[in-house]
Ligand binder design. Sequence first.
Ligand SMILES: NC(=O)c1ccc[n+]([C@@H]2O[C@H](COP(=O)([O-])OP(=O)(O)OC[C@H]3O[C@@H](n4cnc5c(N)ncnc54)[C@H](OP(=O)(O)O)[C@@H]3O)[C@@H](O)[C@H]2O)c1
Length: 316
Amino acid sequence: MLVLVTGATGFLGRRVVRELEERHHTVRCLVHTPGRERLFPGRTPDIYYGSVTDTEPLAEAAHGVDVVIHLVAIIRQRGRATFESINHLGTANVVAAAKQNGVKHFVHVSANGVTNDINFRYLYSKWQGEQEVINSGLPYTILRPTLMFGPGDEFLNTLAGLARIFPLVPVVGPGRIRYQPIAVEDVARCLALSVDRQDLKGKILDIGGPDQISYNEIVSIVARTLGKKRWRLHVPFWLMHLATLAFQLVQPRPAVTVDQLRMLGIRNVGEPGIVDQTFGFTPRTVEGNIDFVRSVTAADGWKIAMGIMPARIRDH
Ligand SMILES: NC(=O)c1ccc[n+]([C@@H]2O[C@H](COP(=O)([O-])OP(=O)(O)OC[C@H]3O[C@@H](n4cnc5c(N)ncnc54)[C@H](OP(=O)(O)O)[C@@H]3O)[C@@H](O)[C@H]2O)c1
């Protein structure tokens, strides 16, 4: 089975490529930034270069493909790379290329909490992307992961950086909103298992980890993993909003954008047990599986506090 993975070099994509290869699928990768394929040392997946904004390279990449796993999306807008151009219209372009080439299964990664409420701009664009897939006439499966964690993630590594250097870790509001983080490796496994599952065609699945935990609990788990005793500093939303806005104006790549801050204010939970029931394995918990945060140093912490994610931690 020939599987095209878009966003193959990303946080999730590189794990998806590995999972597919382990299951002996032939993998083709759409690579956006030439050179990023270095991530696949010792292996030579079939590489096609291009952007989801350009239809021609997409048509070439989709030629002869059985299944597409579409992962490309941006969480921060920059220049011409907007939520509309990448998350919505980029998905429409990939769908069109898949249709043109008679792809048999379109596996799409959306996000937990997608909404047709235009005020949540990222989640709205992910909803628009989903609509392109659903209305395409292609056999599709949509997975909507909750917050993903793993080496290279932005969320737990940011908390670890702050907990490394400050005795108080800032929390937006009371910190009681619940999340259900899922390990990025487990999402990759679900995707690789979806490829030849006929019974999942036409399904939309909200997948999450085994625990629903609050922001406060996540901060405690990160601090415990670092072996630190940390207090939480509960900051009112309006104040955090102002600070984030100011950061966003001066930082080209802020650690958190206003849009992300607003998303932290909504529940991010999937259907309990859905990964076990659908894919036959239990996803890992946060506690006990985030040793990677221990490698965040104080120097990293200061950079993170300044809104810069060190490339040593997240290389894209
Ligand atoms: N991370 C999470 O917690 C989370 C949670 C729920 C859902 N999701 C969804 O999961 C998917 C993967 O997320 P991720 O965290 O792996 O993202 P990521 O690490 O930012 O990776 C995005 C990938 O897309 C590529 N890309 C960006 N712009 C492109 C363009 N114009 N044309 C072609 N490729 C382009 C990037 O390549 P370059 O780096 O070369 O630009 C990269 O390979 C996304 O659909 C996201 O919405 C993520």
